[in-house]
Design a protein around this ligand. Structure first.
Ligand SMILES: *Cc1c(COP(=O)(O)O)cnc(C)c1O
Length: 229
């Protein structure tokens, strides 16, 4: 199937999942994860209206942003991969969102390297929810403090939480993350921008939406299988 056909099918899955969960379809943002796929695939999705794109690797991300520079004002680029501190500068300068903030040091560098003529960098704190084998992500009981520290950084705007659960993790962990999200939201009191819970990929988007996700990150179901990870 074509990219536009697969994108349409993905939108239908989201619509259906929202109906099942009694939620407005406008409450879920679709990120098309284009890692390892060429810029022309991004453009194919762009041409049928997709605007949010996610990338995992710094160099590939920057290359694609440059190749698609004519659409720069319209595309919202999300960096969703592991970020080392020596790579933060290009990301701070070039993308719109970083979803994979898992250390205060990374947040501090992103803030100090974000050009002040741009809007603040939108960030999510990556949480390591139970059952994950990866080492990345903040532990749930340390997430609130990390969020509060990020609020003090001038050139970042904290938007919420992100997680990459193991495949087949089940709804309990996803619902735990949703509970953590709501707890932090209320702890942050009158801070109004903590509105995003990024979870859900090609295989589990329905479960994620049922569990309260507001942002799903879909790669394979839109662009097809990847050769490498
Ligand atoms: C690759 C990736 C995705 C997309 O995964 P698919 O299973 O291809 O939909 C989503 N989020 C992150 C962080 C990823 O690395």
């Amino acid at each position: 199937m074509s990219i536009s056909g697969q994108l349409k099918e993905c939108q239908n899955r989201i619509l259906h999942a929202c109906e099942q969960a009694n939620r407005l379809v406008s409450s879920v943002v679709l990120i098309a994860v284009s890692k390892t796929h060429p810029a022309k695939s991004v453009e194919a999705a762009f041409n049928v209206g997709q605007r949010h794109f996610g990338e995992n690797y710094v160099q590939e991300c920057i290359e694609k942003i440059n190749l698609l520079n004519t659409h720069r004002a319209e595309i919202i680029w999300h960096f969703i991969g592991p970020l080392q501190s020596n790579k933060t500068k290009l990301i701070a300068e070039q993308v719109d969102w970083v979803q994979s903030v898992d250390r205060l040091k990374i947040a501090q560098r992103l803030s100090s390297q974000r050009p002040t003529n741009l809007v603040p960098l939108q960030v999510l704190v990556q949480v390591n929810i139970s059952g994950e084998t990866t080492k990345s992500g903040v532990q749930p009981n340390e997430t609130l403090q990390m969020c509060q520290e990020i609020l003090d950084l001038p050139n970042l705007q904290l938007r919420g939480l992100m997680a990459i659960p193991e495949p087949g993790i089940g709804s309990t962990s996803l619902k735990e993350l949703h509970t953590l999200f709501e707890t932090i939201q209320s702890e942050l009191g009158n801070y109004k921008h903590f509105d995003t819970l990024s979870m859900g990929m090609s295989d589990d988007l329905e479960l994620a939406i049922e569990s309260g996700s507001t942002m799903v990150r879909i790669g394979t179901a839109i662009f097809g299988k990847r050769d490498k990870q």
